[in-house]
Ligand binder design. Sequence first.
Ligand code: FMN
Length: 332
Amino acid sequence: MTELTTKITNLLGVRYPIIQAGMVWVSGWRLASAVSEAGGFGVIGSGSMEPGFLAKQIEKTRAATSRPFGVNVPVMHKNAADNIGVCLEKGVSAVFTSAGSPKVFTKRLKDAGIKVIHVVPSCALAKKVEAAGCDAVVAEGTEAGGHNGYEELTSVVLWPSVVDAVKIPVIAAGGVADGRTAAAALIMGAEGVQVGTRFALTRESSASHDYKKAAVASQEGQAPLYLRRFMPTRALANPYLERAIEAERRGASREELSQILGRGRARRGILDGDIQEGELEIGQVSGRINGIPAAAEVVQKMVDGILFAVRKLEHVTRDEAAQLNSNDKRPS
Ligand SMILES: Cc1cc2nc3c(=O)[nH]c(=O)nc-3n(C[C@H](O)[C@H](O)[C@H](O)COP(=O)(O)O)c2cc1C
């Protein structure tokens, strides 16, 4: 037990309620094992992996840490069923499913004793996650990097709504990058946080250094949502993105937009570091991030920040109470 024990730390068997989000081209064994070693929960992002590659990533993570870690599987990805097979074979402790129905893989995974957590952008979908028998749900606000919900609900509206809508534990995602944002999520009733952008910009992230540098140099408002009508995605503004947004503004068809997107854009941006013409998936919070630390430093600072924020809140409340009391007692 630590001061930060929650239903999510108990569910995942970790020290801190801090989950490193599964991210394409970003979260391989290096990042996942570094976060798990630091007391958080590392997640391998299988959305960019072939099954054989995923199997090796799981083995390498296991060699680097004895602590629990998980795998993210986007349900609609072409390798999803095979990657779920790898998770079953290797016996990872939790699978985070996303981008698709929570019904598809939950029963198979749960029957094998694997925890299943599904990512949603709305209360309506959170209820379906609960009905599908998942152990927990990630409520991801529109601030988040990468693929997003059509609803465009902000974290501060979505998190407490999902907490009220379901009985399973809620993990808050979208804009969490430090202790105070994580504390805000916990205060709103979340039992943990899922952190993407902040971990994408760490030393152990497998994203290219140019992608990291561009994101760290970005300012507020430079990570817009685009492809809003058929695949809402949040990425860093660059010439490619501006072309696509311009096409959307003049009402381009789905076909034209998918032609502009082409194939392999995210890999080109995130992994290959083509800052001009790649798709640089990143969250709004990149505008607040100004360094590329080790992942363990992010975990430790977030823990310290949560504890500081909570103590500060208690302190302020006590101060205010004292103030009220002293007012009451003041002789007239
Ligand atoms: C570069 C990048 C790649 C991502 N890839 C995935 C993915 O493969 N699967 C997924 O479910 N979410 C993906 N996401 C979303 C994250 O899992 C996470 O929910 C989100 O980043 C949280 O918001 P934040 O970026 O504000 O921390 C990605 C996010 C980023 C920044």
